[in-house]
Design a protein around this ligand. Structure first.
Ligand code: ZN
Ligand code: FE
Length: 265
């Protein structure tokens, strides 16, 4: 099947305070990513007439999988999710390294293991989605931030973020929360001299004031402004050094210091 047989739309459904449930749509079929709540998905299906063909889960937290049971009761579709996590309803367990296909909407994903926020967290990378590719990364990489370390170690999270950082720079990043604006307040504290962070903060403030989403972001934008990907930047290393009281030995120590600072910010 050719990659360009379908025009795939990616839509955001809002859930809870700040969650995004991503919906991939083509030819009257939809797949949903991280349906923490079934209601907005069911509303979309009713009003559009689209048919649900698959559910993708990135990790086990309730705000990502809370709608699974209700959706499955009505639509017995395949559910992809991390093999390492106990998520009732997952029929297609994934550990990273797999390649999956959703034939109804003509999309293929490479599965990337990104432990750290949770121990089995996975990301779905679609190299041929849209013009530049797209990655659905749940609570691993956020706009100007990263997920908290609930189950993994800082070294695991840094390694996971490094896997996302090497995706092609134009790749669009579809994370699961609208946290960009508050994350940028922290990014400003880490790199107060950064014009890129300052500019992004201004643009983000304008977008939020107008009610616009800041997601998707891109790998390119994150590499320029996200302190949790910038372990090699001199300003970020210096900020880590002043927290630690010594020069960080490596990327993991830099990342760890920045993450711990953010936990108390
Ligand atoms: Zn989570
Ligand atoms: Fe979440």
């Amino acid at each position: 099947m050719g990659e360009n047989c379908f025009v795939i739309e990616i839509l955001a459904l809002h859930a809870f305070d700040d969650n995004y449930i991503w919906l991939l749509r083509a030819g009257g079929h939809v797949a949903v990513v991280d349906p923490g709540d079934a209601a907005p998905v069911l509303r979309h299906l009713e009003t559009s007439g689209d048919r649900l063909c698959a559910i993708l889960a990135t990790h086990h937290h309730g705000d990502h999988v809370g709608g699974l049971a209700e959706l499955l009761a009505r639509f017995p579709v395949p559910v992809y999710g991390p093999v390492l996590e106990n998520i009732p309803g997952v029929s297609q367990p994934l550990s990273g390294g797999e390649h999956i296909e959703l034939p109804e909407i003509g999309v293929e994903f490479d599965i990337i293991a990104v432990p750290g926020h949770t121990r089995g967290h996975i990301a779905y990378y679609g190299p041929s989605l849209g013009d530049d590719g797209a990655v659905f990364c749940g609570d691993t990489l956020f706009g100007a931030g990263c997920g908290r370390l609930f189950e993994g170690t800082p070294a695991q999270m840094q390694d996971s973020l490094a896997k996302l950082a090497v995706l092609p720079a134009p790749t669009l990043v579809y994370c699961a929360h609208e946290y960009t604006q508050s994350n940028l307040r922290f990014a400003m504290a880490v790199e107060p001299g950064s014009i890129a962070v300052q500019r992004r903060s201004e643009n983000t403030a304008r977008d939020r004031a107008a009610g616009r989403a800041t997601i998707p972001t891109s790998i390119h934008a994150e590499l320029a402004t996200n302190p949790f990907l910038r372990w090699d930047a001199p300003a970020v290393r210096a900020a880590a050094a002043s927290r630690l009281g010594h020069v960080p030995a490596d990327a993991v120590e830099t990342f760890t210091a920045i993450r711990e600072w953010k936990n108390r910010f």
